[in-house]
Design a protein around this ligand. Structure first.
Ligand SMILES: Cc1ncc(COP(=O)(O)O)c(C=O)c1O
Length: 455
């Protein structure tokens, strides 16, 4: 292994100057979101009570590239470009001829990919004169990122944290408070939405979103911010894939397969979409694998329908794979992956067969996380541990086939606040909760009466 390069680094001047918008490259016309009251297509004005016009324009933009504002790009310099690693020690432990690369987003101050969009969103809100942002957080990573960005731009930040994560990860709350945010355990008794869900004490992202949207809708100086799912969030994350593309060039390799975990789809899209665009344009032949938890298997077991983004039904309806907006996933430790739906753009790609989805159980996921930590050193967040599980499967398949497969995956965050989960795994106490088909069937019966999207 002597003298073999492990890290591929770019300089600050190589931070991308544009985000990549995949929308115009997707086959067919984009399906519009629907207004939650009228169930008719929602236009930019319908989104204006919650989002600043700068972000709404990005949400619906037909432009293939969008300039990153210089002020936001300047903030990116605090942690970007992030490193690309070759996982040589993992490869050796797996005795695989596969070449494994990972793009590590855990070097940002909040510890994940989330500030790539938090900074861009807070910048646009600050420019529009908004004083406060309300949001939800699952794993605490998004809430931390938004608290950090709000602090940089002088905005107030109010976070509804999913109950199970609030209990599992108290120091994530302290981190948000350190950056000046106010944090509530969700469901809370502060909102109508929270009070209506009091019998689901572990909470869900859908419930926390309802609470944050209610707060934003009731306060003219406050907007809402979402950490995933929406087009503009995926757009902001494409700095990851653009950098990775340049770094793979430095390594002199092309990925045969690209793997990421999916909660709402933003880190997956951020890494994958610049590569997906090349495939859609016939310039490359990369395969894409989306990894999700078996306890919340949206892409592998959900139905493709219009559904609300939140539990109570305050947000527009989006065309997506869904487990039903009131599905409350079991409290698995990958809190960021406990969402009932997924980004419409990603769902469209899965439906078209351009992205393959796989689901993994908690114990096999933590087994992969430990193998990674014990070879590469970094302790991954439980969310990207799902991607690592898929990577190990691919690398073992490559070994059986005697193939020098090039694998690129997104290590979108570290697990330094997830040690209670590691402790439970090491003690043999981690459960593999079953996804209940019966529960889902019931949830699907409660989907809004809208014809299924046709493309
Ligand atoms: C580390 C980490 N990875 C992944 C996710 C899932 O979100 P997304 O699919 O939008 O990347 C989260 C969400 O909180 C997260 O904190």
């Amino acid at each position: 292994m002597a003298d073999e390069q492990t890290k591929y680094q770019l300089s600050e001047s190589e931070i991308p100057t544009q985000w990549i918008n995949l929308l115009p490259d997707l086959p067919g016309d984009p399906l519009p979101p629907l207004h939650p009251g009228t169930l008719q297509p929602a236009g930019p004005d319908d989104l204006a009570p919650l989002f600043p016009m700068g972000l709404i324009q990005q949400e619906v933009s037909p432009e293939p590239e969008i300039d990153i504002p210089a002020e936001a790009r300047d903030v990116y310099r605090l942690w970007r470009p992030t490193p690309l690693y070759r996982a040589r020690r993992l490869e050796a432990a797996l005795e695989t001829p596969a070449h494994i690369y990972y793009k590590y987003e855990g070097v940002s101050p909040p510890g994940s990919h989330k500030p790539n969009t938090a900074v861009a969103q807070v910048y646009e809100n600050a420019r529009a004169g908004v004083k406060k942002l309300a949001t939800e957080t699952g794993a605490g990573q998004w809430g931390s990122a938004l608290a950090f960005a709000c602090q940089l731009y002088g905005l107030e930040c109010e976070v509804f944290m999913v109950g199970s994560s609030y209990d599992q990860k108290p120091y994530r709350r302290t981190m948000m408070e350190t950056w000046g945010a106010t944090v509530h355990r969700s469901p809370s008794d502060l909102t109508e939405a929270g009070r209506s869900q009091a019998d689901h004490p572990t909470g869900s992202l859908g419930i926390a979103i309802s609470e944050a949207v209610e707060v934003a809708a009731g306060d003219p100086s406050c907007n809402y911010a979402l950490g995933s799912v929406l087009n503009h969030v995926l757009l902001h994350q494409t700095v990851i894939g653009q950098e990775a593309m340049s770094q793979m060039e430095l390594a002199g390799e092309e990925p045969d397969v690209l793997i990421g975990c999916v909660g709402g789809g933003s880190n997956f899209a951020g890494l994958a979409f610049p590569f997906v665009r090349r495939v859609l344009r016939g310039e490359a032949e990369t395969r894409f694998v989306a990894a999700e938890p078996a306890a919340c298997p949206t892409l592998t077991r959900g139905v493709y329908r219009y559904d609300f983004g939140d539990t109570v039904g305050l947000t527009p309806l989006m065309p997506m794979y869904t487990l039903g907006h009131d599905f409350v996933p079991p409290p698995v430790h990958a809190g960021g992956l406990r969402y009932h739906g997924d980004a419409p753009m990603l769902c469209g790609l899965v439906k078209a067969g351009a992205v393959e989805a796989r689901a993994f159980r908690q114990n096999e996921t933590f087994d992969a996380a430990l193998r990674f930590a014990r070879t590469e050193g970094i302790i991954p967040a439980p969310e990207p541990a799902h991607a690592i599980r898929a990577v190990i499967d691919e690398a073992e398949e490559a070994r059986e086939a005697g193939e020098e497969r090039v694998i690129l995956f997104g290590l979108c965050g570290h697990g330094h606040f997830d040690l209670a989960a590691y402790e439970a795994y090491l003690a043999g106490e981690l459960e593999d909760p079953e996804f209940s088909e019966a529960e889902m069937e019931a949830a699907i019966q409660r989907l809004p009466e809208v014809p299924a999207p046709s493309s």
